[in-house]
Ligand binder design. Structure first.
Ligand code: SAM
Length: 233
């Protein structure tokens, strides 16, 4: 019999995935953080940014794996307050900074940041090429950016399938135009066009994006990766 992990109240508050169907799914954020560390290989001690952090689930999951500090950036002050409370609950309040701001005008000096991660946010930006150009501007030599959406390579298969099913059903309920736009925003070609318009000289788009449930490539998510000196492998 397949057993499903229990989801604690704490992990739900910290971003356990809940969709329109029954029951909470396990949080994807530890798995996303593992992918970020595996792919970007950031060094502890640099300036790290979680862009479009919301209540901070990605940045806080990174702090649980690493000894660094992280700046959580979001235009929504209430989300940042929730992030502050969650960081205090986890005992890492002294390792975060909060910055109310938008991707299109990042509150950082040129070439001053070592890592920019952004999950589930780029779809909501007003101007994606401008936001990507801003991320490139603030990256230091050797800095890395990972922007997009996904559940993490090692997120349990059953939960991934269920998450995708709920997400697609939820968007489809908004109508065919909304669903088409949802898929368009998550296409590799869309991400590549944004990066080109942003003038990023070298980048990679990984994953297949918003594939329908049942598609074997569904669930890989989609990530734009770039760095000032190329993409780490
Ligand atoms: C779906 S939430 C993602 C939160 C979190 N990163 C996660 O993975 O769960 C999208 C976030 O993007 C933020 N956002 C919207 N427009 C933005 C912009 N122009 N620049 C930066 N963040 C933005 C929203 O306020 C929201 O917190």
């Amino acid at each position: 019999m397949r057993t499903r992990p229990r989801v604690s109240a704490r992990s739900r508050r910290a971003g356990g995935e809940e969709g329109p169907g029954d029951g909470a799914l396990p949080p994807c954020y530890p798995f996303v953080a593992a992918d970020i560390v595996r792919l970007c290989r950031p060094r502890d001690g640099g300036v790290w940014v979680d862009l479009g952090a919301g209540p901070g689930p990605v940045g806080l999951a990174l702090l649980e794996r690493c000894r660094s500090r992280i700046v959580l950036v979001d235009p929504n002050a209430e989300s940042l307050s929730a992030a502050r409370q969650e960081a205090a609950d986890r005992g890492v309040a002294d390792r975060i900074e909060l910055a109310c701001g938008r991707a299109e005008a990042l509150p950082f000096a040129d070439q001053s940041v070592d890592l920019v991660v952004s999950r589930g946010s780029i779809y909501f930006w007003d101007d994606q090429p401008r936001g990507i150009a801003e991320v490139y501007r603030v990256l230091r030599e050797g800095g890395q950016a990972m922007i997009g959406g996904g559940l993490g390579r090692d997120y349990p298969h059953w939960a991934r399938q269920e998450f995708i099913r709920r997400r697609h059903e939820g968007v489809q309920r908004k109508g065919p135009e909304a669903y088409a736009e949802f898929l368009r925003l998550r296409q590799p070609d869309t991400f590549a066009a944004w990066a080109q318009q942003a003038g990023v000289p070298s980048f990679e788009v990984e994953g297949e994006g918003g594939r329908p449930p049942g598609d074997p490539s569904a669930g890989l998510g989609i990530w734009l990766r770039f760095g000032r000196q190329g993409v780490t492998r």
